[in-house]
Design a protein around this ligand. Structure first.
Ligand code: KG4
Ligand code: ZN
Length: 339
């Protein structure tokens, strides 16, 4: 079975072909960073238009590289949500038009389920249940993955997502968009000793998060410095340490509470080296297995969507009758779809 995957939920156009026997055959990714950089963030209408421009070229390229004719595809998987509605619609329309022409199923994929499955793309065995930490620009969630499509939300952010907090703090320090990776790089030059930021909501029970206070703490700290390059690096370091510690404390607590022996970490922020290192230590202490995606599959990509689509096809999950975008779509709602 061979599936074409299309990802257009935000500012990356991702396309890939995944085969059940041979794995990932080809993938292509077009980043819109250059389109949005001058605005300091994603401009939704520009994102949609750029997806529409790039999708046909990427699809042709990926099919050629995979040595696959359109008629050899068994399904087209696409991100149906959550995300920017116009951006999602560009992928949805393309996927449904192709599927209709080829008379094959068009499979809606939940973007966060795609992220959650990304660590298994390269052939690592997919064994349920496991605990998943989903950390991206729009999400910070702890999820108990009981089976494919069966996800129980254990903890969520009450305000900003962790990637959003990285991006906003980076902007404060004058770093270019997208801020997360730039802040992480700068943090490597920062001092360990200079500041200690709070670890929000770790002093009370529960698995929820809150990151907006850290952002305000960063703002107040920054305004009381000379705003030198070293100040920026020290602040980046202190901020990142606080985020990493907070996520690690909650992961340890969730591993204890669920008794899970596997922690899966996915989403853009899972590329963060300090976080990867810290979670490795936590998992070693608890003799749990840590599953991380390869760095190129941490952020948005088409491969995770093609792979999630293939699993859906194998699982015979009911296909939606009409194409529709779900800009807001809780992961736990997937269980209702196939009960
Ligand atoms: O999963 P993703 O590509 O898109 C969403 O679904 O949101 O995640 C993007 C987020 C951005 O906020 C970006 O700044 C953050 O992931 N990010 C990072 C790193 N790489 C990407 N944050 C911290 N450290 C990184 N190395
Ligand atoms: Zn994402």
């Amino acid at each position: 079975m061979r599936v074409l995957g299309i990802e257009t939920s935000c500012d990356e156009t991702g396309v890939a072909v995944y085969d059940d026997q041979q794995g990932l055959l080809a993938e292509a990714l077009h980043s819109q960073v250059a389109v949005h950089a001058e605005f300091g963030g994603v401009v939704p209408e520009l994102a949609s238009r750029d997806h529409v421009r790039k999708l046909p070229l990427l699809i042709r390229h990926v099919l050629e590289e995979a040595g696959t004719l359109p008629k050899e595809l068994d399904a087209i998987a696409y991100t149906a949500g959550p995300g920017l509605v116009g951006a999602l619609l560009s992928g949805i329309c393309t996927a449904h038009a192709m599927a209709e022409a080829l008379q094959i199923p068009a499979l809606p994929v939940h973007h966060m389920e795609g992220h959650l499955l990304a660590p298994f793309l390269a052939g690592e065995p997919l064994d349920f249940p496991f605990l998943a930490l989903l950390v991206s620009g729009g999400h910070t969630q702890l999820v108990l993955a009981e089976a494919l499509g069966e996800y129980q939300l254990l903890g969520d952010t009450l305000d900003d997502a962790v990637g959003e907090a990285f991006d906003k703090t980076a902007k404060l320090l004058g770093l270019p968009y997208p801020g997360g990776p730039a802040l992480a790089k700068l943090a490597e030059q920062g001092s360990h000793e200079r500041w200690r930021f709070p670890r929000p909501m770790t002093d009370r029970p529960g698995l929820d998060f809150s990151f907006s206070g850290l952002k305000t703490f960063a703002l107040n700290t920054w305004q009381n410095t000379e705003q030198s390059e070293q100040d920026a690096a020290d602040l980046a370091h202190a901020f990142q340490q606080a985020v990493v510690d907070t996520l690690a404390i909650k992961c340890r607590r969730a591993l204890e509470q669920t008794g899970c022996k596997t922690l899966v970490v996915a989403g853009g922020v899972s590329a963060n080296r300090a976080l990867r290192k810290r979670l490795r230590t936590i998992c070693e202490e608890r003799q749990a297995q840590l599953c991380l995606p390869d760095p190129q599959w941490c952020t948005d990509n088409g491969a995770m969507i093609a792979y999630a689509g293939l699993l859906q096809l194998q699982q015979h999950r009911p296909v939606q009758a009409s194409p529709s975008a779900h800009p807001r779509w809780p992961l736990s709602a997937l269980s209702d779809t196939h009960r």
